[in-house]
Design a protein around this ligand. Sequence first.
Ligand SMILES: Nc1ncnc2c1ncn2[C@@H]1O[C@H](COP(=O)(O)OP(=O)(O)OP(=O)(O)O)[C@@H](O)[C@H]1O
Length: 555
Amino acid sequence: MQVVVSTRALLLLRNSISGTKLSEVYRRVPFRRHLPLFSCGQGDNGPLTLASLGLQSEIEIKGVEKSDIPLMVSAFDVPRGKEKKISVTGSKSSLQKKPLELEVAPFAAKSFSELGLPPLLVERLEKEGFEVPTDVQAAAIPTILKNHDVMIQSYTGSGKTLAYVLPILTEVGPLKRVFLNDKETRNRIDVEAVIVAPSRELAMQIVREVERLLGPVHKKLVQQLVGGANKSRQEEALKKNKPAIVVGTPGRIAEISKTGKLHTHDCRYLVLDEVDELLSFNFREDMHRILEHVGRRPGAGTHRKSDSTDGKTDRQTIMVSATVPLSVIRAARSWSYDPVLVQANNIVPLESISPSAISPTGSSPNSNSTTSQNVAQSLPPSLEHYYCVSRLQHKVDTLRRCVHALDAKYVIAFMNHTKQLKDAVFKLEARGIKAAELHGDLNKLVRSTILKNFRNGEVRVLVTNELSARGLDIPECDLVVNLGLPTDSVHYAHRAGRTGRLGRKGTVVTICEEPEIFVVRKLQKQLGVPIQACEFTEGKLNVTGEEEALAAARR
Ligand SMILES: Nc1ncnc2c1ncn2[C@@H]1O[C@H](COP(=O)(O)OP(=O)(O)OP(=O)(O)O)[C@@H](O)[C@H]1O
């Protein structure tokens, strides 16, 4: 079933809601609200193109020569009377399970072919149900195709993976612009793209996304190099399949690179997905090796590729995250050549962003509104945020009532300590809710089985720790619960971003103890979104005042 959405109409609705009394809108909100603007059916499902709209509009490109980066458009620039319905099919697997319910449509008024992707790749995308690029894809793809080093920053679930995978597949593998011949591909020793991700789950997810596009015949052109899996088998596969793209965790990539069995000196693309996490102390040594040995780092002050007298090309560095702290901006300047910050509706040279004006979350410390705006930019706009006060010993029972009240089907519950997870799962199962724990101490096979069971609906509540906060894409996830408070607003944003993906509805509930309320208030301020007090009574979510929430928790 397809869902047809008029983005202009959705925007107008959102605007009109923001003008009304929000407390009234949120009070006693039935969870399964359906926007009256959605219509389901086969209808108009042709790709949306600028030409078809008879329009030419562009997003703001500051400080970068316009001839250098193609003009971009936003779906929201469509003038009244010229609206066109966008057919959103999403991924095949998610569609088979349930139709999309979009709160906002993050799709650009462009088709993939207009972004400079080769026809074979566009064909594959259509076959896999990807018809319209998202805003961030429309901004990032042409910029990467123009050889710019980029920092892609956009909210969780906005399609950042394809934003870098598609330009790589335009130049690498069987779908590329000019496919020379099989012999040349087979004889290549060096891999052409290295994609680094901080967790095995995220790396495997990226592998699956690339395999999907390569198709069954060519899927061996991408190879996973994740920890916890058999190293010799990975090394054998590298030798036998000569993959063009490898995707892995820093430890395993660095380990195999040291043995000399991974040839990356001629590599053209280095992608650092969840770059701020990759910068953490744990990965320091491995990341250092990767940055020094993957492709040739562009020399500072020289133009890309101009000094390639030895025949080697400079690598293109692509950094990605929903959250871009100051440390990353600093690091990006030394790892890459003239990097450009690409956001959904904005492209600026990273150089133009003054470090002194940036707080640890990537925003100005001098202006609270800018801080809120920038951290909030990492949150999907379609999320609703609540908190509920509970005694420590009642937290899991509050979670159970929350799941029932919201009739949530795919729930991710975050706790801060691995040893707490088992007990929570036990309590939930004892009350008839199918639950499972997921954490880094489990072996790779167990972890993928649990995730598979969660994806296919056999497990309703996945109780997990920070491991699952980054990048995990389970489009059906309709509820995220913080059973333990996240350490800061960046961690809150990544956890929250497991729901409300690609414009879908999503709810985030933080279950806290009375003395922790001030932390929730602080998060609310930093994130710039309302986090409303609520309680779960008579099988419903009831928005309450703070006093009522406290009284309920003390009962
Ligand atoms: N143009 C598109 N049309 C339909 N679905 C898309 C499109 N682009 C991406 N998707 C789907 O949207 C979902 C979210 O994409 P993705 O995981 O890349 O988001 P993200 O921005 O990287 O999120 P995070 O910051 O959490 O890692 C995925 O299921 C992906 O297959």
